[in-house]
Design a protein around this ligand. Structure first.
Ligand SMILES: NC(=O)c1ccc[n+]([C@@H]2O[C@H](COP(=O)([O-])OP(=O)(O)OC[C@H]3O[C@@H](n4cnc5c(N)ncnc54)[C@H](OP(=O)(O)O)[C@@H]3O)[C@@H](O)[C@H]2O)c1
Length: 197
């Protein structure tokens, strides 16, 4: 299969790319990658798909959300989290659907904060929850047998800078998270959230 991975140079994107490239042709994209795209910019998403052409699977491993105590979060903070993490991936689906072959798939990335809160994580919880609901509903309406799932991991072993904020949470290996992307791309599941930890 031809698999387009957005955010392929990041922690999750590298894990997804490594696992998927064992069996598939992986095209790596990000703002500074082999294939350039900025998910914050509709035109950039369209240009990426025009350049890459038809693919069998699209995997998004991106999303930035502000982390602050609830009392300090502003409307602008929530808007930035939604614009970046939620709408970046939603627009990828909207603009990318015509470029995904029949029976292909989208895999988005959310995170454990959709189901377990941490201090300062309200905007991230909101973004992850919104994306997971989008996946559930979009699965029923995507055309031509195209599937959509989300990978929703706890903090990664390698993300040591975040470990102090995730005390007591399971730490997920890059192998384990890579296999969740493989399950979504190679499996038959649709509208599912693959929760790790
Ligand atoms: N790390 C964890 O432990 C963990 C756990 C659970 C969930 N998550 C979630 O997983 C997602 C990825 O996290 P990560 O830790 O892998 O991040 P990361 O290491 O910072 O990597 C982010 C990747 O996305 C690309 N990128 C950033 N902004 C982009 C944009 N506007 N358009 C296109 N590409 C963009 C980056 O490359 P360029 O700079 O070249 O664009 C990079 O390849 C986030 O939503 C995060 O909340 C992470």
């Amino acid at each position: 299969m031809k698999v387009l991975v957005i955010g392929a140079t990041g922690l999750l994107g590298s894990a997804a790319s490594a696992a998927l490239s064992e069996r598939h042709e992986v095209i790596q994209a990000s703002r500074n990658g082999d294939v350039r795209v900025d998910l914050a910019d509709h035109e950039s998403i369209s240009k990426m798909f025009e350049a890459v052409g038809k693919v069998d699977a699209v995997v998004a491993c991106t999303g930035v959300v502000p982390f602050k105590p609830l009392a300090e979060l502003t409307a602008a903070d929530f808007e930035s989290g939604v614009a970046n993490k939620v709408l970046g991936q939603v627009n990828l689906v909207l603009l990318g659907t015509p470029y995904v072959n029949d029976g292909g798939s989208f895999t988005l990335t959310t995170g454990v904060l959709a189901r377990e809160p941490i201090n300062t994580g309200v905007a991230a919880s909101l973004a992850n929850g919104a994306l997971e609901s989008f996946v559930m509903a979009a699965a029923a309406e995507l055309p031509r047998g195209i599937r959509i799932n989300a990978v929703s991991p706890s903090v990664l072993e390698e993300a040591t800078g975040y470990h102090e904020y995730f005390l007591g949470f399971p730490k997920i290996s890059s192998d384990e998270v890579g296999q969740a992307y493989v399950k979504s791309v190679d499996g038959i599941q649709n509208g599912r959230v693959f929760s790790l930890g």
